[in-house]
Design a binder for this molecule. Structure first.
Ligand code: APR
Length: 232
């Protein structure tokens, strides 16, 4: 690993699966019970806000009750020990990475523990439910929505992410199916600048062919093993 300076890591739902958080596209995944159009689009929220609030209120409670697993902890350990550049980009809306100790972290799809006011644009840390339409602490209007990037909305901090990708020597994708862009395209951006690309996943992802190496297994096993290897 001596030639590697800057690392960018992308995580998806698979890294939180062993913490008891459901993934999206498995046969028992969230998108089996819910239509994306209904609960993960601005149009769905406009049509039936109660349904959307119930969906995210339940997921917020589930994330609060979950605990980081060995994979989250290993990535936090890597960040602390790594001398070069390091950025962790997650598509996950749970806070298990930060609770494991990760700091250089971008939640590109938003966060369950944040509420965003549609009236005044303020964001507030939020651990309660939203279905009762609580008042926004900034403007007092009952206009809070989950601070989640829905389909058709722009993911957060894309400039920062591409800046890191353009300068990375190693790109690692963990626990994501590679079904959703722009995250699914990060591997190609990393390859274009000559970075080594490694995939750690339970099964091959949609973009698996773009990676130099794929290691199959559960995140709780393969991520700590890989981190030990890098730090050795
Ligand atoms: N360890 C490693 N990988 C796992 C594990 C595990 N224990 N369990 C499941 N996986 C893998 C699955 O094989 C699958 O490839 O994690 C991946 C999860 O894929 P998805 O359910 O599609 O989740 P993700 O890739 O994060 O979805 C991307 O889609 O709906 C949206 O906004 C949502 O951020 C999400 C985005």
């Amino acid at each position: 690993m001596s030639s590697i300076r800057n690392i960018v890591i992308l995580t998806g739902a698979g890294i939180s699966a062993e913490s008891g958080i459901r993934t999206f596209r498995a046969s028992d995944g969230l998108w089996e019970d819910h239509r994306i159009e209904d609960v993960a689009t601005p149009e769905g929220f406009a049509a039936n806000p109660d349904l959307v609030h119930r969906f995210y209120d339940a997921r917020r409670a589930g994330a609060l009750a979950a605990r980081p697993n060995a994979a989250h902890l290993a990535l936090a350990r890597l960040e602390k020990a790594w001398q070069g550049g390091f950025l962790l980009v997650t598509q996950n809306v749970d806070d298990l990475h930060e609770r494991a100790g990760s700091e250089a972290l971008i939640h590109m799809h938003g966060a369950l523990n944040s509420a965003w006011c549609g009236a005044c644009d303020a964001r507030h840390r939020w651990v309660e439910t939203l279905i009762e339409r609580p008042a926004c602490p900034s403007c007092g209007k009952p206009s809070l929505r989950p601070d989640i990037v829905w389909f058709g909305e722009m993911p957060y901090r894309m400039e920062d992410i591409y800046e890191a990708l353009n300068d990375c020597d190693l790109f690692v994708s963990i626990g994501t199916s590679g079904a959703v862009y722009p995250a699914a395209g990060f591997v190609r951006a990393a390859r274009e600048v000559g970075a080594q690309c490694l995939e750690l996943n339970l099964e091959r992802s949609a973009g698996s062919a773009w990676f130099h190496e794929t290691r199959l297994g559960s995140a709780g096993e393969v991520v700590p093993e890989w981190v030990e290897e890098v730090l050795r």
